[in-house]
Design a protein around this ligand. Structure first.
Ligand code: GLA
Length: 394
């Protein structure tokens, strides 16, 4: 499918002859640094070439009309600039509505309505951040359409606020950051406390990153995500009785081990251990990658998964089956779950020549044990959210 098809759909759904402008925001994978963002630690995500397209034109009135090609009908969800409050029946359109409302609240001059068509090719509910992608594509679309000057970090923070306060999902900053600041062939090392970041080229020699979707739906809002956050907050409070720290991300492994007796509850202790050790692992992984030691990088990914499995307990049978089977395959340097967990996707670093064997072997074991197929994609790391000026092929 090419962009011309999206143009045609736009003109047909909105009964117009106008040519819309086109914007794109990617999804993301996280290479390492899981459940560290809301603990003030480091993450190492990258934006991928799957994402969300938004085609839009301004209107003369205050109506905002949304259509998504991801649903089979020609349904248009309509709002008015004067009332952008969350409405359950508006379903997915609440994400763009929230962005419009929050940017308006920040004083950005969104003066007229718009017709907007969305098309997303991120696998549904796979934990590759389709919701942050929808938020960020709306941000760059509003910026372009209304000639706004929005600082990119501010736009990222607004995306997170929409997620936290408008939608009601208590997620960290990683997803919006990876999508808002992504760079082709690079991952981003982000310090989630200071928001300092830098890019690291992803050069895996003769290896590729494979994304493996468990096809078990991951519903973040209904999951144990908030419970993990509270467990970490409780552990931090206990540690603060003697330590002058703002987050678990400030602790080295040694310091944590010296003070962990302060954490009263054993479960909280395990969660905090993961947050601290995973943060150090992330920094070490970056150092090894810079030295070109991708073998060691892969080993750190494996350790990350084990910690998420045993200490943080967010993996589950589907992800563990994929990852443990991946570890046994020839040409695999490392594999781990990516994102929030509880289903969703894993990633593996695999020798290019072994990709077909890998897919076949992992899927055979997975299907036997779980009863349905996994889906495999070769990840390509693309740019962050932006306007598309050239007509491209999706
Ligand atoms: C989800 C959240 C992120 C982050 C990850 C876990 O993707 O949206 O903020 O917490 O889980 O690393």
């Amino acid at each position: 499918m090419d962009l011309n098809y999206l143009f045609e759909r736009f003109q047909s759904v909105f009964s117009t002859k106008e040519t819309p402008r086109t914007f794109f925001a990617p999804g993301r994978i996280n290479l390492i640094g899981e459940h560290t963002d809301y603990n003030g630690g480091h993450v190492f995500p990258a934006s991928i070439s799957f994402g969300t397209y938004a085609l839009a034109t301004k209107r003369d009135d205050k109506r905002i009309r949304f259509h998504s090609m991801n649903f089979p009908s020609d349904e248009i969800i309509e709002s008015d600039l004067s009332n952008l409050d969350f409405k359950k029946s508006d379903d997915w359109a609440n994400y763009p509505k929230g962005m419009i409302q929050y940017l308006k609240n920040e004083g950005h001059s969104i003066t007229s309505g718009a017709d907007i068509l969305f098309f997303g090719n991120i696998p549904n509910a796979a934990g590759l951040s389709s919701s942050a992608s929808l938020e960020m594509v709306t941000g760059v679309m509003l910026e372009g359409l209304f000639h706004l000057e929005i600082d990119r970090i501010r736009m990222i923070l607004i995306g997170q606020q929409v997620e936290n306060h408008y939608i009601g999902v208590n997620s960290g900053i990683m997803d919006q950051f990876a999508i808002g600041k992504g760079k082709k062939d690079h991952a981003i090392l982000l310090d989630c406390q200071s928001l300092n970041y830098h890019y690291a080229p992803i050069d895996l020699a003769n290896h590729v990153i494979i994304i493996i979707n468990t096809n078990k739906r991951r519903e973040l809002a209904g999951s144990k995500y908030n419970e993990r956050r509270s467990e970490c907050e409780r552990a931090l409070l206990d540690l603060q009785s003697e330590l002058d720290i703002l987050s678990l991300g400030e602790l080295s492994k040694e310091k944590f081990d010296n003070y962990k007796h302060l954490i009263k509850n054993d479960t909280d202790k395990k969660r905090a251990k993961h947050a601290v050790y995973e943060n150090e692992r992330t920094l070490e992984a970056l150092a090894r990658l810079k030295e070109g030691n991708i073998k060691k990088f892969g080993e750190l990914m494996n350790r990350s998964h084990l910690s998420l499995q045993h200490d943080y307990q967010v993996t589950g049978l589907e992800l563990d089956t994929i990852v443990e089977t991946a570890w046994k395959q020839e040409g695999v340097l490392g594999a781990r779950m990516t994102g929030a967990g509880f289903g969703g996707c894993a990633i593996a670093i695999v020798d290019k020549d072994q990709v077909n064997n890998f897919k076949q072997n992992v899927n055979t074991v997975y299907r036997d044990k779980i009863g349905y197929d996994a889906t495999f994609y070769i990840a390509s790391i693309g740019d962050g959210a932006k306007e598309l000026t050239n007509e491209g092929v999706l």
